[in-house]
Write a protein of this length. Structure first.
Length: 325
């Protein structure tokens, strides 16, 4: 009998066809996400799960799936999964690192340039038929070239954003749980500082830290107050890193110059006021959303599932200790 797999969404590319050759696959094709109750029901007899970041996998879900061997999360972040509970139940968890690094770094830069140069406002201005010709003061933004970029969380994506800053001749500061080795700092041309110095000195701040108990609301009123009124904040990591209500207040009162957001504290809901502000560019969590990247993410997630179903080590385990058991 073939192993049984639940995939909580359709995936781009042909990875699912590959999986269907070796497993009995149930794909949730409805665009409305599975409720927790539905997820529990569908998982009862499954050996593997391919989940999205919107699927919360906690102890209750895990307890309802006694045959589960692997959860392949279709994302690099895995804050939607209780890793400790999965490990305790001998369930491997995998994610999709590396393949989405460059696409996400590109989006951080798209938001940075978009807000600095007021691209959405300019687009709307033209569509509204307001363009009457070149004017010295028309839609002035702020320069990026030669400015200071502050990176919070210097992991793979933080590094890729920093590499791109070389083309803009930027001075790069970074704050991370650990300081990087000197050779790495030299290669990136980035200087390690504490969070306060980064907030006070940067013209552009980009967040690339995972969501953990420590990073929840890392940026709140105190931190926003430390930022310069001419500076911008970009978030392509996880919404709850920023206190969204406080950010909205800071933007509304022009305490900071602007923000570029791809992620939100209570997705898919936004602070209602955000959509009325001009000094913020908003994207609907599309950091990794290129065709090439999403296909690679699907391939990696499915390869992880197939490896585990065949008794092999997955490519990108989060809790590899389970493998040794
Ligand atoms: C991730 O991978 O964690 C993103 O948020 C979705 O690509």
């Amino acid at each position: 009998m073939k192993p049984k797999v639940l995939v909580t969404s359709e995936l781009p590319g042909t990875a699912l066809e590959k999986l269907q050759k070796v497993a009995d696959v149930h794909v949730h094709t409805d665009t409305v996400d599975l409720t927790k109750e539905q997820l529990i029901e569908l998982l009862r007899d499954k050996d593997a799960l391919v989940s999205l970041l919107v699927n919360e996998i906690d102890q209750i879900v895990l307890d309802a799936a006694p045959n589960l061997k692997i959860i392949a999360n279709y994302a690099v972040g895995f804050n939607n999964i209780d890793i400790e509970a999965a490990t305790a139940r001998n369930v491997l968890v995998t994610n999709t690192p590396d393949v989405l690094t460059e696409a996400t770094a590109d989006l951080a830069w798209a938001l940075l340039l978009g807000i600095a140069r007021r691209i959405p406002e300019s687009d709307q201005f033209l569509r509204d038929g307001k363009f009457e010709g070149w004017k010295p003061n028309l839609l002035l933004g702020r320069s990026v070239y030669g400015k200071t970029l502050g990176i919070i969380g210097m992991g793979r994506i933080g590094e890729a954003v920093t590499e791109r800053a070389k083309g803009f001749n930027m001075n790069v500061l970074y704050y991370n749980r650990r300081q990087l080795p000197p050779e790495k700092e030299q290669k990136l041309n980035a200087r390690y500082v504490n969070l306060e110095e980064l907030l006070c000195s940067s013209d552009y701040i980009s967040l690339h830290a995972p969501l953990t108990d420590d990073s929840y609301h890392l940026i709140g009123k105190r931190e926003l107050d430390l930022m310069k009124p001419s500076s911008y904040i970009i978030n392509t990591s996880r919404g709850p890193l920023i206190n969204e209500a406080e950010l909205t207040e800071a933007l509304k009162n022009n305490k900071i110059a602007g923000a570029g957001l791809d992620v939100y504290e209570r997705e898919p809901a936004l602070e209602p006021m955000l959509t009325r502000l001009k000094n913020v560019v908003l994207a609907p969590h599309v950091g990794s959303a290129t065709i090439e990247t999403r296909v690679e993410m699907a391939n990696l997630a499915i390869e992880n599932v197939i490896a585990v179903l065949q008794g092999e080590r997955p490519i990108t385990p989060i809790n590899p200790k389970v493998v040794k058991n």
